[in-house]
Write a protein that binds this ligand. Structure first.
Ligand code: AMP
Length: 279
């Protein structure tokens, strides 16, 4: 496994790869099995897999969240080596942003709802860093988790807007046995808090299975009440939205898929999750 920290180094490596297909997995480190599942998918579909580790300051709308974000590069490298990842790219902030970037992207509804509404500027920061990675690495395929479904939609929209040739591939949500969606942020939860956090999955599962018997308003009401039962859980939003545009819905539609989305705070740890509604 090769580890690069500068743009020059990784670009000269890539030049030598000639016509090989390159898969790219962008991460912020503190790697867990879900990240590794993306690496595994990339390895199956590409000749060379690159994983980046970069805690992107531009996508944190709260400074304390950036400061508290878990970092453990040594352990990350051990996990990536075990997964047979080919290349790790660990640039510094100066390497990624040698000059100040002041781009303003507009992704329509995606820039307004759910994560965008609750984390102003977040997706602009994501788009800035992903565009930069796409330019530096020019991968064949780039892998993003459906856990961050809105981010995946934003990256697809970005690739289209900048006419990128990179194919954006969505990867399934990886969960703990309890159902809790894996996240680097889970490291900050105690064992008891994780049990409480797994209730989010249970409530989402109920919602996903009851389209036939409940209205959207009834399921929203159900979800809010379930979360309210646990004093540690503080709901930020719950929406059922189209799986294409991510436009939140008030009535069921039969022509398109729908997904339930939520963001919940648990003792200062922000958890997001989503689940496809079964028709
Ligand atoms: P992060 O390090 O949190 O920025 O995540 C890096 C990539 O891993 C993103 O594409 C995430 O969507 C993806 N990812 C993180 N957690 C999960 C999960 N539980 N299931 C699937 N993908 C995930």
């Amino acid at each position: 496994m090769q580890v690069f920290t500068t743009v020059n180094e990784i670009q000269s490596f890539l030049k030598d790869q000639k016509e090989k297909s390159v898969g790219f997995v962008a991460t912020m480190g503190a790697l867990h099995q879900a990240h590794i599942s993306l690496i595994e998918i990339s390895k199956k579909e590409n000749e060379v897999t690159i994983c980046s580790i970069f805690v992107n300051p531009k996508q944190f709308n709260k400074k304390e969240d950036l400061v508290k974000y878990p970092r453990n590069t040594d352990a990350d490298l051990v996990k990536l080596e075990a997964a047979n990842c080919d290349v790790v790219f660990i640039p510094s902030v100066e390497e990624m942003y040698p000059t100040e970037v002041k781009k303003e992207f507009n992704f329509g509804i995606l820039s307004d709802v759910m994560e965008a509404e609750h984390r102003p500027g977040h997706f602009n920061g994501v788009a800035i860093v992903i565009e930069r990675f796409f330019v530096i690495l020019n991968p064949t395929n780039a892998y993003f988790g459906e856990k961050d479904f809105q981010q995946l939609a934003v990256v697809r929209a970005l690739a289209e807007q900048i006419n990128s040739s990179v194919k954006v591939v969505g990867c399934p949500i990886f969960r703990e046995e309890s159902g809790l969606a894996m996240s680097s942020r889970n490291e900050r939860l105690t064992a008891e808090q994780k049990v409480v956090a797994s209730q989010i999955n249970k409530a989402l599962s109920f919602v996903s299975k009851h389209k036939k018997t409940h209205s959207i308003a009834e399921l929203k009401d159900y979800f809010i009440k379930e979360i309210d039962k646990h004093s540690l859980l503080e709901l930020e939003y719950f929406e059922i939205a189209k799986d294409t545009t991510l436009e939140p819905l008030t009535d069921w539609i039969s022509t398109e898929g729908q997904i339930a989305f939520t963001a919940i705070n648990l003792s200062g740890v922000r958890l997001i999750d989503n689940m496809t509604i079964i028709n």
